[in-house]
Design a protein around this ligand. Structure first.
Ligand code: SF4
Length: 92
């Protein structure tokens, strides 16, 4: 996965905004996936963040997230008005 810096991110956001306005969209929604673990045994789906982590994780048993952290993230999403689109638990 390519890393982008904050300038590139702002340029991409501006580009997306201009395209949305050009298409006549006046509303956006933000969606987020909540990960229950950082490990996925399959880990090769190109669209998924988990596939970028598989070869960085030495011990999958330590890649589980703490319940408090997951709940805090869900609460933050709720307060920000973001939709939670997926709960990813990993494969296997
Ligand atoms: S969590 Fe699901 S989508 Fe992501 S790499 Fe694993 S199997 Fe693929």
């Amino acid at each position: 996965m390519n890393n982008i810096n904050s300038i590139e991110a702002l340029e991409l956001i501006t580009k997306a905004n201009n395209l949305s306005l050009k298409k006549g969209y006046d509303e956006i929604s933000l969606e987020r996936a909540v990960f229950l673990s950082w490990w996925c045994d399959k880990g090769d789906c190109k669209f998924c963040y988990m596939s970028t982590q598989k070869n960085k994780i030495k011990d999958p048993t330590k890649a589980k997230r703490r319940v408090n952290n997951i709940l805090a993230e869900a609460e933050m999403c709720s307060r920000l008005g973001w939709n939670i689109e997926f709960l990813y638990g990993g494969y296997k």
